[in-house]
Design a protein around this ligand. Structure first.
Ligand SMILES: C[S@@+](CC[C@H](N)C(=O)[O-])C[C@H]1O[C@@H](n2cnc3c(N)ncnc32)[C@H](O)[C@@H]1O
Length: 276
């Protein structure tokens, strides 16, 4: 399968049966970031913290060029020791997660698995060389302590033109992620590039991508658009959404999937629905 086919798959709730949390806007926007980086000649590996059943890892698996690699990190069902807060979150949101589910999903779309580090993300410093990466997707533990450590891991791992993508950067039930993100901004070095409802895109490289070129590239891309440009202190960053027509199609697809699920079980298991 090609990247374009996977984007079509993620945009079609009737077909998308990979459970997880990747929505079309971010699938497209991560593609824009990847294209801009390769266009500039920024090279490096890709890292994902928090793979779950592979929804975003499958997307990232299309990005490495020759000589680059994807590493994903997750504790899956390893029973690895984590803090109480982290363990509580995992028990509440990811019960019954098996590494085998990730692998099965990933291999539906790619010929071979990425490098998989099974264990807490705090171990990544030992397996990812400083400055070796161009894209780090942070979507693991959402406590402040874990998110803060993951931001530091990303900062150390990213090299020239590197971009960090922070999931759940503004979700009310897990405010520690926002605190960890804005701490990096307030240190004076993290530059916002763009954001969606779900993810925040930024760089520590003053000679890397700019918010302006990301906004221009989004404007050229079918499926997504710049909804507004927002001033964030000394920077501006684009708020990116799906285009209205694409959103209406996607939403109609979701409604059709939901109504079938509700009809089948009276809505009892609705929270674990496809793509949501
Ligand atoms: C929100 S899910 C990831 C969603 C995924 N990116 C997707 O596209 O569906 C968070 C994942 O982080 C993992 N996780 C939680 N705490 C972690 C930690 N301290 N280190 C590594 N992974 C962790 C969980 O096991 C879970 O699979």
């Amino acid at each position: 399968m090609r990247l374009a086919d996977y984007l079509d798959f993620v945009c079609d709730p009737g077909r998308d049966d990979v459970e997880g949390w990747l929505y079309p806007t971010d699938a497209y926007l991560m593609g824009v970031i990847n294209d801009l980086q390769t266009g500039h000649g920024f090279r490096g590996d890709i890292v994902e913290i928090g793979a779950y059943k592979g929804k975003s890892a499958i997307l990232l698996g299309f990005f490495p060029a020759a000589g680059e690699s994807l590493t994903v990190c997750d504790i899956f069902d390893s029973g690895a020791m984590v803090s109480d807060g982290n363990a509580q979150e995992n028990a509440a949101f990811y019960p019954g997660l098996h590494q085998a589910d990730f692998e099965k999903n990933y291999l539906r779309f790619h010929d071979r698995l990425p490098r998989v580090h099974v264990g807490p993300s705090e171990e990544l410093g030992k397996v990812v060389a400083a400055g070796s990466c161009r894209l780090v997707h942070i979507d693991g533990g959402h406590t402040y302590e874990v998110a803060r450590a993951d931001m530091e891991t990303a900062r150390r791992a990213l090299g020239s033109g590197g971009v960090v993508v922070v999931d759940d950067w503004s979700s009310a039930h897990i405010p520690g992620v926002a605190m960890a993100l804005w701490e990096q901004y307030l240190s004076g070095e993290l530059t916002p590039l763009a954001f969606t409802k779900g993810k925040f895109y930024a760089t520590w490289d003053p000679a890397g991508l700019t918010a302006g070129e990301v906004a221009d590239a989004v404007a050229d891309r079918a499926g997504i658009e710049v909804r507004s440009v927002v001033r964030l202190g000394r920077y501006v960053a684009a708020s990116v959404t799906m285009t209205l027509g694409d959103w209406q199609r996607y939403n109609a697809g979701l409604r059709a999937v939901y109504s079938k699920l509700y009809a089948a079980d009276g809505g009892a298991s609705a929270p674990q629905m496809v793509g949501f």
